[in-house]
Design a protein around this ligand. Structure first.
Ligand code: GRF
Length: 188
C-alpha cells in the first residue's frame, strides 16, 4: 500500500505517521510528501526521512487548478493509492477528490462538526466549551465535513491556555492518527 501526505506547516503529524511506518506499525509505504508552502518544516522532515517531496506556491504554477494537476501527475508517478492530509491548509478540488474518492483522510483539532475551519483550538476557547478533541475523517468537497472515522475528546481545564490546550491536542493526534491510518489500511 502506497500513500502520499499533504501538509502546509510544521508536519508533526506527518512525522508521527512516518515514525509509525518506520517502526512497522503501519504496513504501508509513504511515497510522496506534498506542500503548498515551499518553506514549510514538513519538507525538512521529508528530506530527513528520505521520502520524495514536491512543493510549490500554487500561484507560482498559475493557480490552484494547475497546482493540483501537477500534484496529480506526481501522485500517479509515485503510484500513491491513498492521500493523508495533516495540516494542509487548502480545500481539495475535484481534480484530486474524484480520482481519490473515499481514499482521502484528514485530521482536525476539534470534535467535528463543532469548530471546522481555521484555528479550531482558538474557536473552542472562545466558545467557552469544556470539551473539545480530535477528529479523523474522510475528505469530501466541504470544509472538514466528510464522514467521521474516529474521535477522541480532550477536557478544557480552567487553567488551560492556548498553548497548553494545543499541546494536549497534538499529543493525542500523534497517537490517534497513525492508529486510525493503520486500521483503515488494514481494512482494505
Ligand atoms: C493539526 O492540529 C491538525 O489537526 C490540523 O493542523 C495541525 C497540523 O499540525 N489539521 P502539524 O503541522 O502536524 O504539527
Amino acid at each position: 500500500m502506497k500513500f502520499a501526505m499533504f501538509a502546509s506547516g510544521d508536519g508533526s503529524n506527518v512525522q508521527a505517521v512516518l515514525d509509525a511506518c518506520r517502526q512497522g506499525n503501519i504496513k504501508a509505504e509513504p511515497v510522496l510528501i506534498i506542500s503548498d508552502q515551499p518553506e514549510a518544516h514538513v519538507l525538512t522532515r521529508a528530506e530527513r526521512a528520505g521520502v520524495p517531496h514536491f512543493s510549490a506556491h500554487p500561484k507560482d504554477l498559475g493557480g490552484k487548478e494547475a497546482f493540483e494537476k501537477e500534484v496529480l501527475q506526481k501522485l500517479r508517478d509515485h503510484e500513491a493509492e491513498w492521500l493523508i492530509l495533516a495540516g494542509y491548509m487548502r480545500l481539495l478540488s475535484p481534480i484530486l477528490l474524484v480520482p481519490y474518492e473515499e481514499r482521502i483522510i484528514n485530521i482536525h483539532p476539534s470534535l467535528l462538526p463543532s469548530f471546522p475551519g481555521l484555528d479550531a483550538v482558538g474557536q473552542a476557547l472562545k466558545a467557552g466549551v469544556k470539551m473539545t478533541g480530535v477528529t479523523v475523517h474522510f475528505v469530501d468537497e466541504g470544509m472538514d465535513s466528510g464522514p467521521i472515522i474516529e474521535q477522541e475528546p480532550v477536557r478544557i481545564e480552567e487553567n488551560d491556555t492556548y498553548d497548553s490546550l494545543s499541546a494536549k491536542i497534538k499529543q493525542i493526534e500523534h497517537r490517534l492518527y497513525p492508529d486510525v491510518i493503520r486500521r483503515v489500511i488494514e481494512e482494505q
